[in-house]
Design a protein around this ligand. Structure first.
Ligand code: NI
Length: 230
């Protein structure tokens, strides 16, 4: 499921991140991918060990925690600390796969376990008119989807899909990106739960029959109980 979550960052959070990134020290994005990814990846990132990355990552995680729509769609169990990247001067990232199992760094940079990447997220930090190109293209059984969102908006997509970032031919495209292990591994099940959750909320707002809404809510939670891994 591809889901656009608008306004994850408010104007103040966005300004804080943009100001910090304007004077940040970047590193080559090839440092965080394997040999295959390095062949097609041309961008810059904040270094993983950078204190700025941690500081800005906390702003992103706090913003996600305040988004009910994001929570309903992702049902997050664990989230890798967000990274930040910049594409400019023709920078791009050709079609690639994201690693399915990623190591989570603990204190001192030592590996502290692993995360299964069920969901990939890109949080756009530049407005669409600030750059040319730079669309995130996600390929699935329905074809290719081109995604370019307002600054502060998030796209949630299955980490299992092939995807790329088109060359940025003017300006700079800043974004944050991260992976999530969901409580519900299977994308189809996650989508069913999300659609049921959304419908229950619509019925509640419409003051539908309370007993029927209660029964549906019970079914939602019983399905989640069947499928969740925690
Ligand atoms: Ni990727």
């Amino acid at each position: 499921m591809l889901l656009h979550v608008p306004d994850v960052l408010d104007k103040a959070q966005l300004a804080r991140i943009r100001t910090a990134l304007a004077s940040a020290d970047w590193t080559d994005g090839k440092e965080t991918v394997g040999a295959q990814g390095a062949l097609v990846k041309r961008n810059r990132q904040l270094p993983d060990a950078s204190p700025l990355r941690q500081e800005l990552g906390r702003i992103v995680l706090d913003a996600l925690a305040a988004s009910p729509l994001y929570f309903a769609a992702a049902l997050p169990l664990r989230t890798l600390p967000p990274r930040f990247n910049c594409y400019e001067g023709g920078g791009n990232y050709g079609f690639h796969v994201d690693g399915s199992v990623m190591s989570v760094a603990g204190a001192g940079g030592q590996a502290a376990g692993h995360l299964r990447s069920d969901i990939a997220c890109t949080l756009f930090l530049s407005e669409p008119d600030e750059y040319e190109g730079g669309e995130l293209v996600v390929s699935d059984t329905y074809g290719e989807h081109q995604i370019k969102l307002p600054a502060g908006d998030l796209i949630v997509y299955p980490a299992s899909s092939l995807h790329k970032v088109e060359p940025v031919t003017r300006g700079a495209r800043l974004a944050s990106f991260f992976w999530v292990q969901s409580m519900v591994r299977d994308d189809t099940r996650r989508r069913l739960l999300f659609e049921m959750d959304t419908s229950i909320q619509t019925l509640t707002r419409a003051a539908a029959d309370a007993n029927a809404v209660l029964t549906l809510t019970n079914i939602y939670h019983n399905l989640l109980r069947q499928w969740a891994e925690t």
